[in-house]
Design a protein around this ligand. Structure first.
Ligand SMILES: Cc1cc2nc3c(=O)[nH]c(=O)nc-3n(C[C@H](O)[C@H](O)[C@H](O)COP(=O)(O)OP(=O)(O)OC[C@H]3O[C@@H](n4cnc5c(N)ncnc54)[C@H](O)[C@@H]3O)c2cc1C
Length: 448
């Protein structure tokens, strides 16, 4: 490729150009997002190296795709044949752990769980817990503003980031935010970058909050004959400040039962709740579930029970995945609209003759309808893609949004305009131009 030799000379390092390897660095986990093997991949080692690479690419208008672990589900890290992929995976050093100031500073390629494991030694925790935390990077988590199960109580990634080092497309290195717990001195560029999906700059270092490790949680499980009851119970259960509140529909429960029978074959829906303080509220939480039609339920403070009780939630996605090709959607709704949303998605499953299992974070309204069709069934795949978009439209019409945590990437770009005014979109395009005047950073992503 035309720029590769010059860039190698400019940086003094070799780039990866073998298409067998570049192809694996050129797409994430989204099943139908377009991609082609990038022209080259840079395994970056420092902020300065990224700065030199971006200055070079800016001058020559070479598209650049930042990449963490490639665990994204929106095509956000997908490349085309003209692009340079900059992978942060080698920038995986924990720079500082400062328990007294309750912060840690890391390079962007550090794996989420590695940070949590490292701070555990100090009795501290890094809380944001995407289900991909074992392998996704903190840079990717920041770029997508990742969430997880404990976010119902502790908030998403943006609630835990204090400062970033970012390389702009010109190669300029900027520091935004502050390592202090509070900071209102400037306009809040920090939160503009969090969730920007690699379109405004490449994050190379991150300062995050660490907090005293919460107690091992107590767990409640409750079955209901239908999801409407479970959803209405979940809204009321928020008063107990759960550290987890998950809902699973009957289709998903049946898929789990077929694989690992756990005794939920007749349940219409289940709720799982965890408390990491105020365990004495467990009985009241059970009473709340009873008032909403709970069929069966239990609350346990035994650590050994927790893993057993939440096993069904851990199996939800893999159980659907083993039944065929899957499209995992991600929308966020007002919590009071969950039941109505589920009803409409069930109608959609009938309309398109597809299996759609629904599970998600009931506590914050972030639902993951998962569409299943037969492998190799092209007609089924077409119907699945139509259903995927219609699920987003259903959420938007109920006052929800196209993505709660997985991001827009390339697969949901066309849906952003359905919930965002033209003037807000224009402002965002102007912001993009300001930070990335040559338009090289992750083109075709996030902004419609
Ligand atoms: C099984 C499974 C479960 C998942 N569960 C969750 C979940 O519970 N919650 C959740 O939020 N997500 C979840 N995800 C989605 C995904 O793991 C998250 O979006 C994660 O934050 C992506 O991190 P990554 O390092 O893999 O980033 P990548 O996929 O490599 O990149 C994601 C986006 O960030 C950009 N990017 C990456 N690194 C940088 C950087 N340093 N600077 C600037 N831009 C960058 C990329 O260009 C891309 O747009 C799940 C994915 C899978 C496969």
């Amino acid at each position: 490729m035309s720029f590769v030799a010059d860039l190698e000379k400019h940086l003094g390092v070799s780039l990866i150009t073998d298409p067998d390897i570049t192809s694996t660095y050129s797409k994430d986990q989204a099943p139908f997002a377009p991609s082609s093997p990038a022209a080259a991949v840079l395994l970056a080692r420092s902020t300065e190296e990224i700065s030199k690479a971006l200055a070079f690419c800016s001058e020559r208008k070479i598209p650049v795709v930042p990449r963490g672990a490639g665990s994204g589900l929106s095509g956000g890290a997908n490349a085309d044949s003209q692009s340079l992929v900059i992978s942060l995976e080698k920038m995986n050093q924990i720079i500082e752990i400062d328990p007294a100031n309750q912060l840690a500073k890391v390079q962007a390629g550090v794996i989420n769980l590695d940070l949590d494991t490292a701070v555990k030694e100090y009795g501290m925790a890094y809380l944001p817990d995407p289900a991909s935390r074992d392998w996704s990077t903190l840079g990717g988590n920041v770029a997508t503003n990742a969430g997880g199960m404990c976010c119902v109580k502790y908030g998403v990634t943006s609630h835990h980031v204090r400062a970033l080092t970012v390389v702009l497309s010109t190669g300029e290195i900027i520091e935004i935010g502050k390592s202090t717990k509070k900071f209102v001195t400037t306009l809040d560029l920090l939160h503009l970058f969090i969730g920007s999906e690699g379109t405004l700059g490449i994050v190379t270092e991150i300062t995050v909050n660490i907090v005293p490790r919460p107690r091992t949680p107590a767990t409640l499980i409750a079955t209901f004959s239908n999801i409407t009851q479970a959803a209405s119970a979940s809204t009321e259960l928020l008063k107990y400040r759960p550290s987890m509140l998950e809902i699973i529909d009957q289709t998903t429960l049946k898929a789990v039962e077929q694989w690992h029978p756990l005794g939920f074959e007749v349940a219409g829906s289940i709720l799982l709740l965890q408390l990491d303080e105020n365990f004495e509220l467990g009985d009241s939480a059970l009473a709340t579930c009873q008032a909403h039609g709970m069929v069966d339920g239990m609350f346990s403070t035994e650590t050994s029970d927790a893993a057993d009780l939440i096993r069904v939630r851990k199996l939800a996605y893999p159980a659907l995945e083993r039944l065929g090709a899957t499209l995992l959607d991600d929308v966020a709704l007002p919590v009071t609209k969950i039941a109505e949303f589920v009803e409409k998605v069930e109608d959609l499953a009938d309309k398109y003759k597809l299996m759609i299992g629904i599970f998600g974070h009931a506590g914050d309204g972030n639902m993951h309808p998962t569409i299943v069709h037969d492998h190799g069934d092209l007609e089924g795949e077409k119907r699945a893609k139509l259903a995927f978009s219609e699920i987003v439209a259903i959420a938007q019409n109920l006052g929800g949004t196209a993505s709660g945590e997985h991001g827009i990437g390339s697969i949901k770009r066309d849906m952003v305009g359905d919930e965002t005014s033209a003037s807000v979109l224009n402002l965002q395009r102007e912001i993009k131009k300001l930070f990335d005047p040559s338009g090289i950073l992750n083109p075709g992503k996030k902004l419609p």
